[in-house]
Design a protein around this ligand. Sequence first.
Ligand code: FAD
Ligand code: UDP
Length: 385
Amino acid sequence: MKAGEPILIVGAGLSGAVIGRELAQAGCKVEIVDARSHIGGNCHTERDAATGVMVHVYGPHVFHTDDAEVWSYVNGFATFLPYRNRVKTTVGGKVYSLPVNLHTINQFFGRSLRPDEARAFIEEQADRTIADPRTFEEQALRFVGRALYEAFFKGYTQKQWGCSPTELPASILKRLPVRFNYDDNYFFHAHQGIPEDGYSAMIARILDHPDITVTLGTDFRRGQGAGFAHVFHSGPLDGYFDYARGRLGYRTLDFERFTHEGDYQGCAVMNYGDLAVPHTRITEHKHFAPWEEHAGSVCYREFSRACEPGDIPYYPIRLVEEKAQLADYIALAQRERGVTFVGRLGTYRYLDMDVTIREALDTARLFLDRRAAEAAMPSFLKPPI
Ligand code: FAD
Ligand code: UDP
């Protein structure tokens, strides 16, 4: 890399903002471009003019982490207010508590079991012939049994991923706990909260540095990195290479927005487990800010479908076929000099916000260390980075 030239970052989401800030603080000039008309990437929030509700424009975002450094980092840029994600699900016209906990078990089976009784009861339901669950369905049958699986997971997962749970890896379900007490906190991390004035305000503060410039409405194409010391690319990996090895599979989401006077559903997230109900969930955004009061309400009815050209890619599919295709793109990326692929789209992985920030901090620090090492080397030894 050439000293003195600015760094280009593609994408003003969390990945781009955090990398940009670390590099600017270390003395680099940073230019960030984003194709959209706003910063924040998929974490973008904005207040609805009519109701005053803070809307999570690309779907609901709850910050949760066990990473103490990342928690301290985000608290340096925003006031995080306590928030507990308590998700409900509607199945067969009845409302149940999630994640599956003692309340769900007692509600569903019409019992009043105590923790040890419920554990033994579910163990009886579980399919113990499955020693090493590999698919989503096997994982569910092994840990909660057929009745709970068919009610809460089978239909929802079919709608969310557009395929049978027998075709999906067990790892997707492993993210959800099963509890034998009344703890209905959806997450189990030490820190959980939502920024008081939304994620976009937090990301604007991360970007607020005299050596960072942000240009919106600018679509970066391969080859436009000339004149920059290095490019960090948080846009889609396949898009960068003009889909030379085909399109990596994603699920996209359609949000059907509606407003309501008063309280529509009494909670932030209501899932719908039945296959016959076409949407996966309804989110009511004002409940993500319980410290605010609004007479009106903004809700999103969420539908999942295959991502087509022109749609926003949300969830990477990562089945066998996509993994083979991804390996081809990784080989191309490794041959590309002067570009680092970062973030959820650049690395084709589902990344929670805390993991995104952790990886962005580590990437920026590694880059700075390598640059310092390169600067200290005699010129004939310098490897290109
Ligand atoms: P992005 O936010 O996607 O940002 C990438 C940016 O790059 C975008 O602004 C895009 O416009 C821009 N870009 C792309 N290509 C180009 C180009 N060629 N030229 C210029 N600009 C370009 N995480 C949690 O921790 N908690 C949650 O509750 C949570 N909920 C989620 C809900 C949904 C529905 C989804 C899909 C994700 C959720 N996440 C959640 C994950 C979170 O959204 C990601 O961690 C985060 O958005 C990753 O940031 P990023 O900067 O890598 O990517
Ligand atoms: N899931 C389900 N029923 C639910 C909620 C989740 O079957 O009511 C499954 C679904 O396959 C989903 C996975 O569990 O993709 C992980 O759930 P999570 O809520 O973590 O999904 P995400 O935040 O990715 O939407």
